[in-house]
Each structure stands twice: as C-alpha cells, then as structure tokens.
Design a protein around this ligand. Structure first.
Ligand code: FES
Length: 140
C-alpha cells in the first residue's frame, strides 16, 4: 500500500491543503479554535450520520469532534475530499456550517467534516494516517 508523507511545517492555523493519495484528494486542515469549538458544541444526536468513520480509532465510534480529529491533535483534520453523495469534491470553508460545501447537489459538512444537510448520506471519510512528527503526516 502506497503511503504519502506530507510536510505540514508551513501550515498556519486556518490553513488547508489538498494532497493526492491513491488517486483521491485528501484535505488537510489546521482548524481555528472557533472551528473546533463549533464542532465540539454540536451534540452527536443532532448529526445525520452519528459515526466517526475514522479507521484510526476503530469502527463504530461516535462522531464527536475528538473522534474525527487527529489523535491528541484536535485542531488537525485529515479527510478524503470526496462527497459521500456522488463523489464531487467539496469546497472548503463554505456553506451554512462553516466546513465544506458540495456544489454538485448542495450537501453541507461542518467544521469536523460531518454531514449536516443535503443528500450526502455520510460524513467525509477519514484515511488511515499518523503524525510521524509534529510537522509530518503520513497518509496511508
Ligand atoms: Fe456532493 Fe451530490 S455529489 S451533494
């Protein structure tokens, strides 16, 4: 399985990058405190998809912000940038929930990449990844 090493040393709070892994876009975002707080304040019971969908912590975990974010690095989000409806690439920091907006059919995702409205059935998927150091993420 091919993995991709990403240097995130130049990313400041509020920055996002998109890398490619196995032919798919992967969003890496260093969230602001306000974005993390907004996600933490949302009860899992209010979410259309209550599952974290994070293979790094095991399946069937609830979609809390901590379970969506990098382990012990909650500002960091690493997600596959493919809408779970029909596969378009959502646009970042747009939409009613301040996360991602899919222009194809209007799905909106929140600041933890969780589906909040529109036809998409599930939260944005999270790839396997680890932080090899404070400034290096290995995806895959
Ligand atoms: Fe994103 Fe349809 S592909 S809403």
């Amino acid at each position: 399985m091919a993995s991709v090493e990403v240097d995130v040393s130049s990313m400041n709070v509020g920055d996002s990058i998109t890398i490619m892994w196995r032919g798919k876009p992967v969003f890496i975002r260093r969230r602001t405190d306000a974005e993390v707080e907004a996600a933490k304040e949302t009860p899992v019971a209010d979410l259309p998809d209550p599952l974290a969908r994070n293979p790094n912590i095991g399946s069937d975990e609830p979609a809390t912000d901590a379970n969506r974010a990098a382990v012990d690095r909650e500002p960091w989000l690493v997600m596959i940038g493919i809408c779970t409806h029909l596969g378009c690439v959502p646009l970042g920091q747009q939409g009613a929930f301040g996360g991602w907006f899919c222009p194809c059919h209007g799905s909106t995702y929140d600041t933890a990449g969780r589906i909040r409205s529109g036809p998409a059935p599930a939260n944005l998927d999270i790839p396997p990844y680890t932080f090899a150091s404070d400034t290096t993420i290995v995806v895959g």
